[in-house]
Design a protein around this ligand. Sequence first.
Ligand SMILES: C[S@@+](CC[C@H](N)C(=O)[O-])C[C@H]1O[C@@H](n2cnc3c(N)ncnc32)[C@H](O)[C@@H]1O
Ligand SMILES: O=c1cc(-c2ccc(O)cc2)oc2c(O)c(O)ccc12
Length: 375
Amino acid sequence: MHHLGHSDETKEMFQAQSHLYNLTSVFVSSMSLKCAVQLGIPDVINDHKRPITLLELASALQIHPSKTTCLDRLMRVLVHLHIFAETLVPKHGGGGGEEVEAYVLTYVLTPSSSLLLRDKATGLSPFIVAMLDPALMTPWHFLGDWFRGSHESNSSNKLISPFEAAHGSSLWDYGRKNPEFGHAFNGAMAIDSQIMNLVISDCKHIFQGLNTLVDVGGGTGTVAKIISEACQGLKCTVLDLPHVVAGLPESENVKFVGGDMFEFIPPSDAIVLKLMLHAWSDEDCVKVLRKCREAIAGKNERGKVIIIDIVIGETQDDDAKAIATKLFFDMLMMAVVTGRERTEKEWEKLFSEAGFSQHKITPMFGLRSLIEVFP
Ligand SMILES: C[S@@+](CC[C@H](N)C(=O)[O-])C[C@H]1O[C@@H](n2cnc3c(N)ncnc32)[C@H](O)[C@@H]1O
Ligand SMILES: O=c1cc(-c2ccc(O)cc2)oc2c(O)c(O)ccc12
């Protein structure tokens, strides 16, 4: 291909333009992924038991023939994103020792699409659909207006989020009023929590010596179940909003309490807060942490708060991708709730304002850290 001999200035301008076009269209990656999940493409490929051609895929998905070329284009982008891979297979099976003359292009799963299969407990498909629900996408369209200050505070005189500006309710209240969304969101969080299964053996010592534990905002109890199964005899209570825990099945070691963490946290040896404090302002975090301190009062050296959350600026942050994801999370916490991601210094400030004297941070899995906080 012949390239025109552009000046450095022109090259730079085209690069800048290309960068902006790329940023403007990155949502196409998320939406193409969501489409693949909605169509059930990973399961169709898996159920086929061998590499699948475009026509076989279109037929299994019952796609109208007029849209086969559109499916081809969807698959092309998903292959580019490493969700699926292409492989050439001999046209007529190639068995029998005869020379193969023609090959046909087929699709196979990759490690990423293997995580989307329906039968896997850790299958991420419901997570992807919930996180890309229009209810969570709409607030982003309100961000500009929200910055300009047209949406300042709700009835309790607190700064409202772009989510509340868009929907007229906080994320948690919206989930109560729209149970389908609420269940999908809680289901997504439960899937995210399944990852604890992979690390619990490494952090069992954190729960050693504890008799009781409360998982504050523990959703449908995934983390509590994993911890209680790993630590024999440990009695776990999950505190979450009443509509979240209503009717959930209990067991001998996992009980549910419906309530508001700003009002009351049941007394226990330790409190777990996973992906909780990052959803709240500093002022609200200090209130919750003070309630936690009351709940573990009198437990001597056993008493502690165990936080699983993001810490910005850790050594793992050498990886540019990890930094970007943490910064994206920070924006997410701005758009859908009233929280933020915090550096160690910012966490430390919250702990000392809430009356805690010591903390220990252990980088954990993925982007999360485990922070033990002591009175
Ligand atoms: C992001 S989810 C985290 C769920 C769980 N900890 C996990 O990591 O899978 C936040 C949870 O906080 C709960 N929540 C929100 N406000 C609360 C409150 N005032 N008191 C108790 N729980 C609350 C929500 O219902 C939701 O289950
Ligand atoms: O809207 C969200 C999304 C998440 C989330 C995204 C990706 C993950 O791997 C885990 C969690 O977390 C949230 C959260 O903790 C919160 O308090 C409010 C909203 C969201």
